[in-house]
Write a protein that binds this ligand. Sequence first.
Ligand SMILES: NC(=O)c1ccc[n+]([C@@H]2O[C@H](COP(=O)([O-])OP(=O)(O)OC[C@H]3O[C@@H](n4cnc5c(N)ncnc54)[C@H](O)[C@@H]3O)[C@@H](O)[C@H]2O)c1
Length: 241
Amino acid sequence: MARLALITGGTRGIGAAVAQRLDADGLRVAVTYHGNETAAQDFAAHHPIPVYKWDVTDFDACRSGIERIEAELGQGVDVLVNNAGITRDAVLHKMSVAQWREVVDDDLGACFNMCRNLIHGMRERGWGRIVNISSINALKGQFGQTNYAAAKAGVIGFTKALALESARKGITVNAIAPGYVATDMVHAMDPQVLAGIVAQIPVGRLGEPDEIAHAVSFLVDERSGYLTGATLSINGGQYMA
Ligand SMILES: NC(=O)c1ccc[n+]([C@@H]2O[C@H](COP(=O)([O-])OP(=O)(O)OC[C@H]3O[C@@H](n4cnc5c(N)ncnc54)[C@H](O)[C@@H]3O)[C@@H](O)[C@H]2O)c1
């Protein structure tokens, strides 16, 4: 039976590209979303991939959502891509407690909520692939993003620690740190700020969601079992850590 992959935030942007790529690779795929109904309806209308809705910042919702997917699809989740994320930018001296907490809960807390509820099954079956989507801004910092940079840097530490705990169980855990990728998240930025950023990218353009999906495909491949605890930068040469 084909492996089952679950992608959080998989109905648009990078997550949707990952879902389509893993589907094309021959995996069974399910996606989750929360908060953007139009994109989810559009995705469901155009792809034969089951779509589930819950808030990944809610631990119990993650547990029941995963249980429902495994029951409905008749197998355990073998591949998890923690892709859901948000930004709530503000300089620290103006950042609200809500802006801090929302980003840390969504971009970092969700990795715990999802992995904690899935890891038992992967350990029992002796096989798993987890890919956590971090960010270039975890590695280099970014003005106005103390919340996001901290959460995404936390994702990298989480990835390394869980990779150590999981290595003997056939489970790999890796992170991807994308640079600026052409999605709604980036198109929501001030166009002048974005133009200034693109000017600093050696490759001379934004990344494409498919280019991140290509790396996820590689990391979750059956033959990638010796690759764990890594953070793969995909940023057009913008930052070389
Ligand atoms: N676009 C970029 O340039 C870029 C760069 C670096 C890292 N990233 C990261 O890549 C990931 C995907 O980014 P994107 O640009 O495709 O974003 P996007 O805003 O287009 O999509 C994010 C998805 O996450 C989902 N989501 C957010 N919060 C959720 C929650 N609480 N529960 C369930 N689903 C939730 C949304 O429904 C949406 O489908 C994010 O983690 C983001 O931080 C993006």
